[in-house]
Design a protein around this ligand. Structure first.
Ligand SMILES: [Zn+2]
Length: 179
């Protein structure tokens, strides 16, 4: 009797053995859901994305050269290097607020200089080697337009000098807002 039970158990075990194979076959038909989360928003700043052709239509030659081709205007030639009016400097290409006149200081470089941005998230930093050594380039977070560079030889309280091309900026005067 015991032998019959053992044989039965053995048969049952053998007959079960193909099961994992059928399970594997079933697995082939299982639906694999892959979530695609490649779109990453940087805080609440929605990006402005335009083709180079569109930018060329919207910007004048000098604006395009600096903002889109990362050029630099000649020092002491820009509109804002010596400006002392109260207000907010915005991105010339997309109007995102970038710097306040309150943080503007006389750097003697011939480019408008600030010791901090209005909001850190409004500017994006990157390293460039255009002059053969590393410099920290800054761009507008919203449209990616080139603004200038930041150096660590600025005044207190930050010790930073944001050296910006006038042509990358527009200016909204406090007085104009009051009108
Ligand atoms: Zn911008």
């Amino acid at each position: 009797m015991k032998l019959i039970i053992i044989i039965l158990v053995a048969i049952t075990t053998w007959s079960c053995s193909p099961k994992p194979i059928s399970c594997k076959a079933d697995a082939k038909y299982a639906v694999t859901e892959v979530s695609d989360s490649t779109t990453v928003e940087n805080s609440d700043i929605s990006k402005v994305v335009k083709t180079e052709k569109e930018w060329k239509q919207e910007l004048n030659e000098m604006e395009y050269y600096v903002l889109r081709e990362k050029g630099t205007e000649r020092s002491f030639t820009g509109k804002y290097w010596d400006s002392k009016e109260d207000g907010i400097y915005t991105c010339r290409a997309c109007a995102l607020p970038l710097f306040s006149s309150e943080t503007k200081f006389k750097s003697g470089t011939g480019w408008p200089s600030y010791y901090e941005p209005v909001k850190q998230e409004n500017i994006t930093e990157d390293t460039d080697y255009d002059l053969g050594y590393p410099r920290t380039e800054i761009t507008c977070t919203r449209c990616g337009g080139h603004l200038g560079h930041v150096f660590k030889d600025g005044p207190e309280p930050t010790g930073l000098r944001y050296c910006i091309n006038s042509v990358s900026l527009s200016f909204e005067s406090d007085q104009e807002k009051k009108k």
